[in-house]
Design a binder for this molecule. Structure first.
Ligand code: HEM
Length: 135
């Protein structure tokens, strides 16, 4: 991937997913997600102990990905996510674990409408599959 893919439009709901979800709920979701990551055995081995910078980058990425301002691009340049994930062995099991943490984080985030969560999750499933680089 060379640039954030805005997901705006395409559904009956008004505005981009970012506008519907809002920055505060997105922040809460990302924070919750990175409290779950170190609790997962498969993921713990891949991520640094201090996840604060990772969380900042993810929040910036998702802001643009969901149709908001392209914060990741502005702060860090082209995401090139698949290339950035190449140093880490990501098999289908790790992708499932990542998505599992995201699903649980979504379920535990107050204020995230289930329809918005479903739409976001379905988009993330595609990106996660694209990150798989090992058997
Ligand atoms: C498929 C399972 C995935 C695994 C196992 C995984 C793992 C990782 C790891 C280990 C890092 C480096 C953390 C660090 O050193 O700070 C990382 C960074 C990152 N990941 Fe993932 N990831 C996955 C899926 C995704 C998906 C689906 C997205 C986007 C929706 C994503 C977005 C990012 C971003 C934005 C960064 C920061 C890149 C940077 O360093 O600038 N990842 N991921």
């Amino acid at each position: 991937m060379t640039a954030p893919i805005p997901l705006a439009g395409g559904s009956a709901a008004q505005g981009s997913l970012y506008e519907r979800i809002g920055p505060q709920v997105l922040h809460d979701l990302v924070t919750r997600f990175y409290t779950l990551v170190p609790q997962d055995e498969l993921l713990r081995a891949l991520f640094p102990a201090d996840l604060s910078e990772t969380a900042r980058k993810q929040e910036a990425f998702l802001t643009g990905f969901l149709g908001g301002p392209p914060l990741y691009f502005q702060q860090y340049g082209p995401p090139r996510l698949r290339a950035r994930h190449m140093p880490f062995a990501i098999a289908p099991a790790q992708a499932r674990a990542w998505l599992g943490c995201m699903r649980r984080a979504m379920q535990a985030t107050p204020g995230l409408h289930p329809d918005d969560a479903t739409e976001m999750y379905q988009a993330l499933e595609k990106v996660a599959a694209h990150m798989v680089n090992s058997a």
